[in-house]
Design a protein. Sequence first.
Length: 195
Amino acid sequence: MHEMKREWIEGLASAKAEERAVAAAEIYRVGRQRDDSAVHLWWENPDLARLCGPNPSATVGLAVQPVSFAKIRKANGCPRLAEVPPEQDASEFELHFAGGLALDILTTREPGGAGAIARFLAKHGQGVQQVEFRCEDVDRAVAILRDQFGIQPVYPAKRPGADGTQVNFFLVRTPDEIKVLIELYEASAPVAKTS
């Protein structure tokens, strides 16, 4: 298992774009290695491949302390903050880099609180908290994973996520018994224009 290096998280807040890109690539690589060992068989299932794609792109979710969050956001041009349901106690924004690398930078709104990100930071410190995959139908994917893989979702049904998405999560073990949090999400439906 590859450990997260503090300098990679600090690198995301560098004034130099090339240093930010190198740091993002390392963080993404660690997150993907972790999740690939846990979910690689999912994408061989034809039903899941139809819902998520046979080799779905991923967004690696990086949990950081609020101070790091602010520094990373500022260094990257203050990307738009996602609209996160209040009960989820999280602030987040996305970063995109060459080669299809995507990071979701997450922090808690209530350090020391009971939210998922606050608990993760208290237990593990800054690091990869989850890996996210887009899915056409989260509830259908949940049924497939439960019925064909014996994997239980965190929630009985999808629930609201950031920016109007619908999400569910799975805590999956890697072959070396490390737990990985996987998020499946449906993109928000486009708003119909009225004339």
